[in-house]
Design a protein around this ligand. Structure first.
Ligand SMILES: Cc1cc2nc3c(=O)[nH]c(=O)nc-3n(C[C@H](O)[C@H](O)[C@H](O)COP(=O)(O)OP(=O)(O)OC[C@H]3O[C@@H](n4cnc5c(N)ncnc54)[C@H](O)[C@@H]3O)c2cc1C
Ligand code: SF4
Ligand code: SF4
Length: 1022
């Protein structure tokens, strides 16, 4: 067996971290105080902050002594000097998406992502750019688009990975076959050594001073070790382990420089923050491909797909940009998902066991068509005629790439303690052996009682695969055994053990196994030469820990969950799974002392997708603050730490959790956008309940929560209550008592409203017998404050020929004096779960008779109606809630469904043509439930209407959030991210927004009256 050679390490990683943190406790105060007084940066030394930075997308957890977020690049050497004085190690950090534990370490974590993210200089002619390390790849590429350029190392984490982190890990993208790895695309680096010396690394020939001396030192080592390099260095494109000693004696399939010269910046690439702290990087840019075509090759067996890769890569003469694998499991997962099934079907011929996505890119489509033809011919020659689906248009290509990404996400969302673990997911083998390698590794998984799903970069022999392991039980042991057997295969096929994700804590010990003792010693000499103080990320690459050291794991030996009583039902997460079949046990059987809540929280694997800024909703509070604390990941980590006792006693109802949840607007963006479905909005309800149950409810909590109960009475005093909006001093007084900002207008009360109006549709008996029945659930907001929406909806439904019944409480009036029903949302938002349950039960019971008859229950306010499909199901309301949820839909969902069933022909004839452009803003909960397309479809019923969807995250109002003085600024910043600028940019457009809060925010921020889609339709009725 090819186990790693014995280490010379003098102490175990656990001891080392323990010792460092003990010493740190003595100096932590000094460190924090000096950082605070000598810089303007953010100094985060609280237990929760340290815990949030103790993990990355790996299985490891090591608490740093503190975190520093410098405000400018100039503050980094100051912090380094302080660390040097105090003997505190430094862990540089970008997005923290490393999979091997590169950014988890004892010491001071320096987070570059918040402020040190400028583009310093672009030279479109030379096609170069100089950037600061904290800039995110997608954001860099967005800024380069106007020049027709991009930085082509397109890592899957492009929306959150920073250039500093990418350089640190020598990252590689899906298109590395065309563009190479990070090392092939970095031209220069400015950096600080740990002794404070600034260095400029670039062309060795032109280097001077310290850089030159470093170059000469490394050159000498490389020349001495030439035979070793030739014997032990993997000869594949994807080798990222160790230091790039081969800059002086190239071993890579693709030389690092075009002219064979030596660039010293390449020594820092892949050094994982252990040699120097990057100040800026100069990057080689590429021309943006103007055209792409995609051939999807269908294979009857996985083996054939792997075998064909070596032949496919010879096509295209430089225009081949990707060969990506999607295996049968991924295909099945996609077919099971209604959103993706139609797309994946367009790529399939019969029932393939695997498909390869083969992409060619170039100046125009016409020049790529011969490449596609050659692919088809090649497959014929390989005995697979008619196996290629040719995708020439952009849209189907884009959709298919999305499906590939989503398939992985579904795989990652496996519930239970067994999780797909990344530790051999990027071994690279020469293509000629890919088929045998994957076949044999699959057998290894089988022998160890698990399985892996294969995907990704077939073009370069780096297929991703993650066996399912339970790291709380025997996962570490099994990981080691699988790693050892996998390493034997990698050696047999002369591959690279670390082909994409770097070394970190997970693979450092395999460096000596891969390169032999002499090269390993050379790495130690390089480290010693550049960082003699051993200040920068110690125990990475040189003297690393054992990969299976459970004392540095997130779910290590000590991990435990504190028993709690939850307010919501989390038992769906309280399961275990079978690593081979992936079947989960019955809800409630997972053994979680926190009744499933801890397991729901632990679904966060720290992959960092919530740091993205592009499409989707997640995560508005991070988008405006750029704080780890105000990020879905930061919140999930805080909750995990609290639930496992790592933040002290009763931490779940403590201030640190409360602070982390404070800016969560409950938008449910994460519920949809997070790859593992972390539902922080629901967690916020639970934690608010836990906190408020202990600390009590404020006047504001009560005012907001009980609104549905007293609204009918308040409406009687509308003139008096509305004075608050016209008398500034009254608004000030109200702010003082309620904490609701005087700068906000409050919704206007009306004495005449929907609930006391005369005509309210047909009776209950009538609707139960009607030919075209529909039941409306009118919420508090559309009933009392914006009755016109409820009236408009009735008008539209009646015009379409429906018998409309408005659901109400049984009998004349109940004890609250009102007959209107409420979903309990206002109570949920304030953590009054018991009251919410009462309200929701009443609503569910009232709606059940209609739902049982499969009569549609239609609502207007997304957050209210969708409560029936979400929180109402975890309030312990039994089967009735399930039955009702299946019939509950938004007005637009109902109309879109009926239109597809050809039931709206009459309505369509009654609609006037649109005269204005129409802008549509989606409520977060509409987006979370994927119901924006029905709104677009329904608006499209209006002749000439061409609705334009605003690409926006949360509007920032989010119920009462934006009204609160403490949240006003953040709320407006969220709105200014994209919503308000988009509204202002189209002055003549009608703005449609179905959420009452969204309309309010648009009014306050852009002085425009947005309307509900019901109003839009009603206004266009003849
Ligand atoms: C789901 C998923 C998919 C992934 N897909 C890919 C992929 O397709 N290709 C790929 O290559 N990787 C991939 N990765 C791994 C990871 O996303 C990449 O390595 C990424 O480039 C890391 O960027 P980051 O900003 O998160 O860096 P971090 O994880 O924060 O840091 C990476 C390294 O850089 C060092 N570093 C950061 N800033 C500096 C600085 N200023 N000076 C010196 N050192 C610094 C850190 O110390 C660390 O060693 C994936 C990870 C996940 C979770
Ligand atoms: S919350 Fe979701 S998206 Fe964010 S890091 Fe965790 S798993 Fe990833
Ligand atoms: S609910 Fe919204 S604000 Fe809260 S963590 Fe999720 S995406 Fe962020």
């Amino acid at each position: 067996m090819n186990a790693p050679l014995p280490k010379e390490a003098t102490e175990s990683a656990a001891n080392m971290y323990e010792r460092v943190s003990q010493n740190f406790n003595e100096v932590a105060g000094k460190l924090a105080s000096r950082l605070s007084s000598e810089t303007q940066g953010e100094v985060l030394f609280g237990a929760a902050d340290r815990g949030r930075y103790a993990t990355d997308a790996s299985i490891y957890q090591v608490k740093p002594v503190g975190v520093f977020v410098p405000r400018s690049a100039q503050e980094v050497p100051i912090a380094m000097a302080i660390c040097r004085d105090l003997g505190v190690p430094i862990v540089p950090r970008g997005g923290g998406t490393s999979q091997c534990g590169q950014t988890t370490g004892a010491g001071l974590v320096i987070d570059h992502t918040k402020y040190i993210r400028n583009v310093l200089e672009v030279d479109p002619v030379k096609r170069t750019v100089e950037v600061e390390p904290g800039i995110v790849l997608d954001q860099l590429n967005a800024s380069l688009k106007k020049h027709g350029l991009w930085f082509p190392v397109d890592v899957s984490t492009s929306a959150q990975a920073t250039l500093g982190g990418m350089a640190g890990n020598n990252s590689c993208g899906s298109r590395s076959i065309a563009y190479g790895n990070m090392v092939h695309n970095v031209l220069g680096a400015k950096a600080w050594l740990s002794d404070g010396t600034p260095i400029q690394m670039g062309s060795f020939d032109q280097s001077t001073g310290r850089a030159k001396a470093i170059g000469e030192f490394v050159q000498k080592l490389a020349l001495q070790l030439k035979p070793e390099l030739e014997a032990h260095w993997p000869k594949v494109l994807r080798r990222v382990a160790g230091y790039n000693l081969d800059i002086f004696h190239n071993q890579n399939e693709k030389p690092y420089t075009g002219d064979g010269s030596v660039n010293l910046a390449h020594l820092l690439v892949g050094s994982e923050g252990t040699l120097a702290m990057t100040q800026s990087l100069t990057l080689q840019l590429s021309e943006l491909p103007r055209a792409k075509v995609l051939g999807v090759v269908n294979f009857p067996s996985f083996y054939q797909a792997m075998d064909a890769a070596q032949h496919i890569v010879k096509l295209g003469q430089g225009r081949l940009t990707a060969v990506e694998l999607v295996d049968r499991t991924m295909i099945d997962l996609s077919l099971q998902n209604p959103a993706f099934a139609p797309t994946i079907r367009t790529a399939l011929i019969g029932q393939p066991e695997a498909v390869l996505l083969v992409e060619f890119a170039g100046a125009d489509k016409a020049s790529l068509l011969p490449d596609m033809r050659q692919l088809v011919e090649l497959m014929g020659d390989l005995g697979l005629p008619n196996s290629v689906v040719e995708m020439v248009d952009e849209a189907p290509q884009k959709n298919l790439w999305e499906v590939r990404k989503a398939g992985l996400n579904i795989m990652m969302s496996l519930k239970g303690d067994g999780k797909p673990v990344s530790f051999i997911e990027d071994c690279a083998v020469p293509l000629a052996h890919l088929a045998e390698y994957t076949d044999e590794l699959t057998q290894v998984f089988k022998r160890h009682g698990t399985k892996g799903t294969w995907y990704a970069h077939a073009s370069v022999g780096t297929l991703h695969v993650r066996p399912i392991l339970d790291m709380r039980r025997d996962g570490a042991k099994r990981m080691r055994r699988i790693a050892e057997e996998a390493s034997a295969l990698v050696r047999k096929y002369k591959g690279a053990y670390s082909g994409e994700h770097g070394d970190g804590l997970c693979r450092g010990e395999w460096i000596e196994w891969q390169f032999g003792p002499q090269i390993t010693q050379a790495f130690a000499s390089i480290k010693q030469h550049l960082d003699p103080l051993n200040l920068l990320s110690p125990q990475r690459i040189v003297n690393p820990p054992k990969m299976d050291d459970t004392s540095i794991m997130r779910f290590g030996n000590q991990y435990q969950v504190i028993p709690i009583q939850t307010a919501l039902d989390w038992q769906l997460w309280n399961v275990q799974n079978d690593p081979v079949t992936e079947q989960t046990t019955e809800p409630g059987t997972g053994g979680d002392p926190a009744q499933g809540f801890a397991k729901a929280v632990e679904m966060c694997n720290n992959n960092g997708t919530c740091r993205k800024f592009d499409a989707g909703t997640m995560c508005p509070s991070y988008r405006v603050t750029r704080d780890e604390q105000h990020l879905t990941r930061g919140r999930a980590n805080t909750l995990r730490l609290a639930l496992s006792g790592q933040l002290g006693q009763d931490a779940l109802s403590g201030e640190e959790v409360q602070q982390a949840m404070d800016l969560c607007v409950g938008c449910k963006g994460c519920k949809r956008d997070c790859p593992t479905g972390v539902d922080m909005a629901r967690m916020k309800i639970e934690t608010t309940h836990q906190y408020k149950s202990k600390h009590g409810f404020t006047l504001k909590d009560r005012l907001i929560s009980h609104l549905p109960r007293y609204a009918h009475l308040a409406a009687l005093f509308s003139s008096l209550l509305n004075l608050r909006n016209s008398l500034p001093w009254l608004a000030q007084v109200a702010e003082k008592f309620t904490g609701l900002s005087a700068k906000r207008s409050w919704p206007t009360w009306h004495s005449d409203h929907f609930f006391n109006a005369e005509t309210q549709g047909v009776t209950r008996a009538h609707v139960l017998q009607a030919a075209k029945p529909v039941v409306m659930f009118v919420d508090t907001f559309n009933g009392y404050f914006e009755s016109e929406n409820a009236f408009a909806a009735m008008r539209v439904l009646k015009a379409a020929g429906y018998s409309v019944h408005v659901a109400s409480k049984e009998g004349l009036r109940n004890e609250t004096g009102s007959r209107h029903l409420c979903c309990g949302r206002t109570y949920l938002a304030n953590g009054m779960v018991d009251m919410a349950r009462e309200q929701a039960r009443e609503l569910v019971n009232a709606l059940l008779p209609f739902a049982e008859k499969k009569i549609a229950i239609v609502g207007l306010e997304p957050s209210c109606l969708l409560t029936l499909r979400d929180e109402a199901l975890v309030l312990g309301l039994g089967d009735a809630a399930q039955v009702v949820s299946q019939q509950a839909m938004l007005l637009e969902e109902f109309l879109a469904r009926e239109n597809q069933n050809k039931q709206l022909e009459g309505l369509k004839e009654k609609l006037n043509a649109a005269k204005h452009p129409i802008l549509l803003h989606g409520h977060c909960h509409q987006k979370a439930f994927g119901v924006m397309s029905p709104v677009m479809e329904v608006i499209g019923l209006i002749p000439n209407a061409k609705p334009e969807l605003i690409e926006s995250s949360c509007c920032g109002m989010a119920g009462s959030f934006g009204y609160e003085t403490s949240h006003l600024d953040v709320s407006m910043q969220m709105a200014e991210l994209s919503l308000l600028p988009a509204v202002r940019a189209k002055e003549d457009a009608i703005v449609v927004a179905d959420g009452t809060s969204c309309r309010h925010q648009i009014k306050d921020g852009a002085s425009r009256d947005a309307i509900h889609v019901a109003q839009l339709l009603s206004q266009h009725l003849m």
